[in-house]
Design a binder for this molecule. Structure first.
Ligand code: SF4
Length: 235
């Protein structure tokens, strides 16, 4: 398998001390992507090596998070890792763009994931405008599958001022069927498309106001994540 690296973090999964494994590679080229190095990095590692890394830190871990890149281009390796994590009785989380519902269902069928963060990068019928490809139907299908299998779900959108309007975000929130919806602030550093480095980051106060307005459109918990104020739950 190919990974971009690993890190131990308590901010990726509700305060759980987690080993985060960044799987490399992603077929999308989102202009606002911050994970360019992780996508392109191609460190080959065996299952035995990653198992050894998990085992060596398992005594102080609560969870293992599989992130990326897009982990589901290496589903069979991800499944092998998650099966081992399950044996250790640690919690599991998957971050995905949702563009591979059939791959996702393989993991759901085996009950390998406790929590999923699914990006909804645009209204489902407007994906081409934001990521360059019409993959909204696949993302919607992934969301429906996760709900069908009863796995706890966060949907989330990184708000980019030149790509999203407030109405887009409200439309996404209306169609998101998840326990949590998180609005994330675009940061104009180290992005795939250098022209976006000239775009101003969304104002944190205005973004928080936008998140507050989503309470009328979304049933679950609304959160907003900004560089200035961190992760806030909207009451
Ligand atoms: S933002 Fe996510 S889906 Fe888009 S290119 Fe980066 S890793 Fe892939």
């Amino acid at each position: 398998m190919f990974i971009g690296g690993t890190v131990i973090s308590s901010v990726e999964f509700h305060g759980n001390m987690s080993l985060v494994i960044f799987m490399s590679g992603c077929p999308l080229c989102c202009r606002f992507c911050h994970n360019v190095e992780l996508i392109n990095e191609q460190t080959e590692i065996t299952l035995e090596e990653i198992v050894e890394e998990i085992n060596s830190s398992k005594d102080f871990l609560d969870a293992v998070v599989i992130s990326g890149g897009e982990p589901l281009i290496q589903t069979s390796d991800v499944a092998d890792i998650l099966r081992h994590v399950r044996q250790l009785n640690l919690k599991t989380k998957l971050d995905t763009s949702g563009i591979y519902p059939e791959e996702l269902e393989k993991l759901l069928k085996e009950d390998l994931i406790d929590f999923i963060s699914l990006d909804i990068k645009a209204p489902f019928d407007d994906y081409r405008h934001v990521v360059g490809e019409d993959v909204g139907c696949d993302v919607k299908k992934s969301m429906e599958l996760i709900n069908e299998y009863g796995v706890m779900l966060e949907t989330r959108t990184t708000v980019v001022p030149t790509l999203h309007t407030d109405d887009d975000i409200r439309k996404i929130a209306c169609s998101a069927k998840s326990d949590i919806y998180t609005v994330q602030q675009f940061r104009n550093k180290n992005v795939l498309d250098p022209s976006l480095e000239k775009v101003k980051n969304p104002n944190a106060v205005e973004l928080t106001e936008l998140a507050k307005s989503l309470k009328d459109h979304f049933d679950g918990t609304v959160r907003v994540k900004t560089g200035e104020f961190g992760l806030q739950i909207i009451k």
